[in-house]
Design a protein around this ligand. Structure first.
Ligand code: PXP
Length: 238
């Protein structure tokens, strides 16, 4: 079965809005696994806007598969080698962006990324590169020696959500997934996914893992409200 990785960054976003300890990303991570997720993803950003190093420290003592998203710089590499998550997904990172807006520029950063991948591979950490759906990028990911590629699904997600024609983008992703698989690269996908976009992409059987964050946390807030309000009403009745 296709695997589901749950990105819990935005639990930390809500926690950090108050600078306190609720909600707790580790608690949510444990429950996500308990309810059937295959792995937990966290992105330790340079500006620490959501997940921080202490979260990584706690979550990496896990009893579940952890996927760390990080930029390919020496500081982050040192942190990854210290905490040894099961998987690392190398992503581009710009300070001003709201989220990871696109895939890696492998052509420009090949040497740096290859160095990081080699170090991580030597530490038996599975590596993935977050890329746009591009045959050239898949060739480069193969040359770099990554175990997996994660295809950025932001564009197709936006097209589907805006009810626009997404066929061209879908076929592009499918072609990339087939090509990557033929090179023995594992194919993952993520960014901007909701129920509908995931259902559409899940027709591409070469994609074996989806990493989903914002929508899962958002939906959990919307649909978890009933239980919480009921609990308060019970307290206030006494
Ligand atoms: N995969 C990668 C590599 C990402 O950088 C992100 C965003 O942090 C996601 C998946 C999840 O995206 P979203 O939060 O839009 O589901």
């Amino acid at each position: 079965m296709t695997k589901l990785g749950v990105n819990i960054d935005h639990v930390a976003t809500i926690r950090n809005a108050r600078g306190e300890s609720h909600p707790d990303p580790f608690f949510v991570a444990k429950n996500a696994i308990k309810f059937g997720a295959d792995s937990i993803t966290i992105h330790l950003r340079e500006d620490r806007r959501h997940i921080n190093e202490n979260d990584l420290k706690i979550i990496s003592k896990k009893k579940f598969p952890l996927n760390l998203e990080m930029a390919a710089n020496s500081k982050m590499l040192k942190i990854a080698l210290k905490y040894k998550p099961n998987y690392v997904c190398i992503v581009p990172e710009k300070r001003q962006e709201l989220t990871t807006e696109g895939g890696l520029n492998l052509k420009k950063n090949k040497k740096k990324i290859k160095h990081a991948v080699q170090k991580l591979n030597n530490s038996k950490i599975r590596t993935s590169l977050f890329i746009n759906p591009s045959i050239n990028d898949i060739k480069m990911a193969y040359e770099i020696g990554s175990d997996c590629v994660e295809i950025h699904t932001g564009k197709i997600s936006n097209l589907i959500k805006a009810k626009k024609n997404f066929k061209k983008e879908f076929l592009k992703i499918k072609k990339c997934a087939i090509f990557a698989k033929s090179l023995n690269l594992k194919v993952h996908a993520g960014h901007g996914l909701d129920y509908k976009t995931t259902k559409t992409l899940n027709q591409i059987k070469q994609i074996t893992e989806y990493n989903i964050g914002h929508f899962i946390i958002g939906e959990s807030i919307q649909h978890g409200l009933k239980k919480v309000i009921k609990k308060f009403i019970k307290i206030l009745k006494k």
